[in-house]
Design a protein around this ligand. Structure first.
Ligand code: ADP
Ligand code: MG
Length: 256
């Protein structure tokens, strides 16, 4: 008789895209990620919230290996994170990342910014790269800005260009680390709307944000972190209306 339980363990479930198992990381004596277990399914939108310094950015950065981990494992689409070289560059393309600061190249046009990674990492030909760049710029509503330089755009437009740039790489998952925190209030919604649309299109997303409206409407799951640990995970309704942990109750009472 075949041992089904062993077989099931060895083969990752088809819908698991990002899997962190017992991940630990220190910065010197600071235990910044503690026994993190987190599975993100294909097409899932996970919003990560928690107090400042709880390890949210570090968590994101470990997933595309901007930070190494001390122990545990991280797999994407069933494969462990590569250590270096071309494989690592490809992984970073598979894991799109959007930061608080937009990090666009100032001396390149919007169109060039969105073409660059495709040409260098994906080795896409120029014509295809331009077409794809324009498609994604249109998708986030900045198609008409293609020939401008980043400094000529508003913060909200620049952030949408950064999203288009990540999308043009055909990522498997998109990580957003407080993408609207540096924006003037009137520009927050245009970026959140672009992200909402992505979520509706079925993109797998991990979003660190303080925008609770976005969390309520777009998230399949809320992950609450405090002091380097995942303290609570729940669907948004349950998390916001009925948080279980004292840490989450305390956090919500301060921000809502
Ligand atoms: P969050 O994004 O939730 O605010 P971070 O992941 O940025 O939290 O940081 C978690 C903790 O790790 C903080 O105490 C921060 O000061 C510390 N930290 C982050 N990056 C580094 C680093 N490169 N070196 C040392 N400490 C760091
Ligand atoms: Mg952070």
């Amino acid at each position: 008789m075949t041992d089904v339980s062993v077989a099931k363990d060895a083969i990752p479930a088809a819908d698991e895209l990002v899997v962190l198992k017992n991940v630990n990381k220190h910065f010197g004596t600071l235990h910044v990620l503690q026994d993190i277990d987190l599975t993100i399914d294909r097409g899932e939108v996970v919003v990560v919230i928690g107090p400042s310094g709880s390890g949210k950015s570090t968590l994101c950065r470990t997933v595309n290996r901007l930070e190494t981990i001390d122990s545990g494992s991280i797999t994407i689409d069933g494969k462990p994170l590569p250590q270096e070289g071309k494989e690592l560059a490809r992984l970073r393309a598979d894991v799109g990342m959007v930061f608080q600061s937009f990090n666009l190249f100032a001396h390149k046009t919007v169109l060039e910014n969105v073409m660059l990674g495709q040409l260098k990492v994906r080795k896409t030909d120029k014509e295809t790269a331009e077409k794809k760049a324009r498609t994604h710029l249109d998708r986030v509503g900045v198609g008409s800005q293609a020939d401008k330089y980043p400094a000529q755009l508003s913060g909200g437009q620049q952030q949408r260009v950064a999203i288009a740039r990540a999308l043009a790489m055909d990522p498997k998952v998109m990580l957003f680390d407080e993408p609207t925190s540096a924006l003037d209030p009137e520009m927050i919604n245009e970026v959140l709307e672009a992200m909402q649309q992505l979520a509706r299109d079925g993109m797998t997303m991990v979003v660190v944000t303080h925008e609770m409206g976005f969390a309520r409407s777009a998230a399949n799951r809320v992950v609450f972190m405090a002091d380097g640990r995942i303290v609570e995970e729940a669907v948004p309704d349950q998390f916001f209306n009925n948080p279980r942990s004292d840490r989450a109750k305390d956090f919500l009472s301060k921000i809502l």
